[in-house]
Design a binder for this molecule. Sequence first.
Ligand SMILES: C[S@@+](CC[C@H](N)C(=O)[O-])C[C@H]1O[C@@H](n2cnc3c(N)ncnc32)[C@H](O)[C@@H]1O
Length: 189
Amino acid sequence: MFQIAEMRRRHGLTAMVETGTYKGASVFAALEAGYEKVLTCEATPLFVDNLRPHVDARVTMFAEPSATALPKMLDLAVDDRVLFWLDAHCDPLRCWDWRAPAMPGLDVLPLPRELALIRARRGDAERDAFIIDDLNLYVRQFWVGGEWAALWGLGPPAFETVRDLIDLLPRHDCHVEHGALVAVPMAPR
Ligand SMILES: C[S@@+](CC[C@H](N)C(=O)[O-])C[C@H]1O[C@@H](n2cnc3c(N)ncnc32)[C@H](O)[C@@H]1O
């Protein structure tokens, strides 16, 4: 769906770091696109257990929320140019049954924390690329999640407009594609 092979070639990306593994569609897309190092985390251990027999040594999986897994993934990618595919959201228990109790301590919408962790470690991450999925959960301008928000007790969207999100990526060329923000390093000027 996203042109991640072209992004890899054009920007010399060497690793994919993902939050929200689910059933591994983006893991397999990254392998197919030639990423030799794929790091991914998932708050629901069952998804990781199910996927493990189907991936090889290029893939490292963390069965824990992004708040704790992302620092470990950043350590493993310290020398890489990274495609950050930020796709973790929705309380995993309540993805299946919205009446289930909330998973204790989980960031239901972890993107702001994930961006803060990345920025703390990599500054403007000017050599990295980003796919920030499901803007409709995070940006009021795209927000169609009102009913989910009521059911899940979510707060207001993290960002009012997509410009507020783009402001966190000042060294990137950004566009919206398939409801996601795609950000690539600015060409040298
Ligand atoms: C939209 S799905 C990810 C889809 C996946 N990237 C793909 O390509 O198919 C979101 C996943 O994020 C997980 N998740 C939710 N909150 C999380 C968190 N704080 N940290 C890590 N994973 C989380 C959910 O359990 C769910 O599997």
